[in-house]
Design a protein around this ligand. Structure first.
Ligand code: NAD
Length: 484
């Protein structure tokens, strides 16, 4: 296969929070993988910046440990690890004080791409932005990358946006939603807009409904105290599921360019109807045979926070009027699955006898496991005995269709970091998009709070509360079985 990877210019990437969990597990291993693939130029430099003081040597040793821990032996080799580590530097810095800033300023080079990854608590975003500006470290072309959560509600998201806007233009701000970096998510756009086949059918006339499921088997574990202030609506729906919904529902952008794509996504969020209370099911996992309950994990015996949510949404525009979108996400569920199911309508008239087994086409876009897509198609069951119909999948599991090598695609973080260096904002959320998503989310949460609504308890390792199944059954529909 001919590589058409766009080369990357020389860069200085500063990772604030360079010793933190996200940097160790995702950012640095991701950068190493890109380096090993030959995508990071020789004159690139990565500077860890965090609270502890240590030498660059000590930092390199920490990163070497992280790479050993996170990457399987087949994905690393001593020679390239050493060459990668040689590109690393370190500064001990205080985001809220003066310590370390002159040192960082001295390390930055002119004439290369500058990127600053804010892999720290959001409470420090403003401090970092201010000091980068004050110490004249970030030039007018510099890029900043900010992590989730981007606000807790509309007011806090506005504050964050305003704080960043004091020192950086929107074109410099890269808000990460790592779901957008997933290969299949981008493939969703390729399938929709790169084929004639789907787009004419991509509307209420032909699509019965859409399901988006993000199920996790883990509980909230060590993040319990943090999660308890957030819940599934803020932690998953407002950002990840909303982004997936936007990519499914948006109008074709005129170009695959950042603002064209983000304008269309924004229109979808603005077209969302307020959610009816009867169209939402909130759940909380109870203790399993050998797993603690949500309340134990959160250390809050009276917690009303949801670890599961299922909801029915309507996008009120010409394309989608009458075609519902069902979303569900939860912790401690039966299997770890992220997928989108687009269920088409049945043909308007059947020429076959009633019990031949004809059903509707279904396009499934799997984000994990086994990234890929399949489309069920109705065919004649082979063999004698008259016309019997069966559904067969046209399967496009990437690993099978493209070979293991091609399916070894960059992880979401790798892709997104490289996009920052290339200056491509298409897969990052714009400030107005984030605010619009909060503007839709806030009243839903406010209504639960006003009613002091308690979530329904569900069994660990299940598909969530039964009420979530009923949410679809009452419409004559059903969820695709989790893990099927
Ligand atoms: P962490 O607590 O493991 O690391 C925090 C980092 O910030 C450390 O390197 C620490 O030295 C640095 N830091 C703290 N206070 C500082 C100060 N005053 N000055 C300079 N540096 C300071 O956090 P994390 O899990 O790596 O998360 C970082 C960010 O990424 C957070 O915004 C988090 O919400 C987000 N995030 C994390 C994950 C994850 O899997 N860890 C996933 C999604 C988003």
């Amino acid at each position: 296969m001919v590589s058409r990877v766009i080369p990357v210019e020389a860069f200085d990437l500063v990772i604030f929070g360079g010793t933190g969990d996200l940097a160790r597990r995702k950012i640095l291993p991701g950068l190493y993988r890109r380096f090993r693939d030959g995508q990071i130029p020789d004159d690139a430099r990565i500077v860890g910046a965090a609270r502890s003081d240590m030498s660059a040597e000590a930092y390199r040793a920490q990163v070497a440990d992280a790479l050993n821990e996170v990457l399987p032996a087949s994905k690393r080799d001593a020679e390239s690890v050493e060459a990668f580590l040689a590109r690393l530097d370190y500064v001990g810095i205080d985001a809220t004080g003066t310590h370390g800033w002159p040192d960082l300023s001295q390390k930055m080079r002119a004439g290369v791409v500058q990127a600053f990854y804010f892999s720290v608590a959001p409470a420090l975003f403003g401090d970092l932005a201010k000091r980068l500006h004050k110490h004249k470290i970030a030039g007018p072309e510099a890029r900043i990358v900010v992590e989730k959560p981007f606000g807790h509600d509309l007011a806090s998201a506005r504050d964050l946006n305003a704080m960043l806007a004091r020192h950086f233009d929107e074109q410099q701000i890269y808000r990460i939603d790592h779901y957008l970096g997933k290969e299949t998510v981008q493939n969703l756009m390729a399938v929709r807009f790169g084929n004639l086949l789907f787009e004419p059918l991509w509307r209420n006339q032909y699509i019965d409904h859409v399901q988006i499921t993000v199920a996790e088997t883990v509980g909230v574990g060590g993040r319990g105290a943090y999660y308890d202030k957030s819940g599934a609506m803020r932690d998953m729906v407002q950002n990840h599921l909303m982004q997936l919904l936007c990519l499914i529902a948006m109008e074709p952008p005129a170009k695959f360019d950042p603002d064209a794509v983000r304008d269309e996504k924004l229109k979808v969020i603005r077209a969302l109807d307020p959610v009816e209370p009867g169209d939402v099911v909130r759940g909380q996992y109870r203790a399993g045979a050998d797993t603690p309950s949500y309340r134990d994990d959160a250390e809050n015996p009276a917690s009303r926070t949801e670890s599961f949510i299922a909801m029915k949404l309507h996008v009120s525009n010409w394309r989608w009027n009458g075609t519902p979108f069902y979303l569900r996400t939860g912790k401690r569920m039966k299997a770890r699955v992220s997928e989108i199911v687009v269920r088409f309508k049945e043909p308007p008239h059947s020429i076959f006898e009633e019990d031949t087994g004809q059903s509707a086409n279904e396009l499934t876009i799997r984000l994990q496991p086994n990234e890929g897509m399949d489309l069920t198609v109705t065919i004649k069951e082979p063999g004698p005995g008259g016309m019997r119909l069966i559904d067969v999948p046209l399967d496009m599991t990437f690993a099978e269709a493209l070979g293991e090598e091609a399916a070894d695609v960059p992880d979401a973080y790798e892709r997104l970091i490289m996009d920052v260096i290339r200056g491509n904002q298409t897969l990052f959320m714009r400030g107005d998009e984030v605010e619009a998503a909060w503007a839709w989310t806030d009243p839903v949460i406010a209504a639960w709070d006003a009613r002091e609504e308690k979530p329904i308890s569900y069994e660990a390792g299940s598909t969530g509360p039964e009420e979530a199944l009923i949410l679809m059954h009452r419409d004559g529909r059903r969820w695709r079985e989790i893990g099927s």
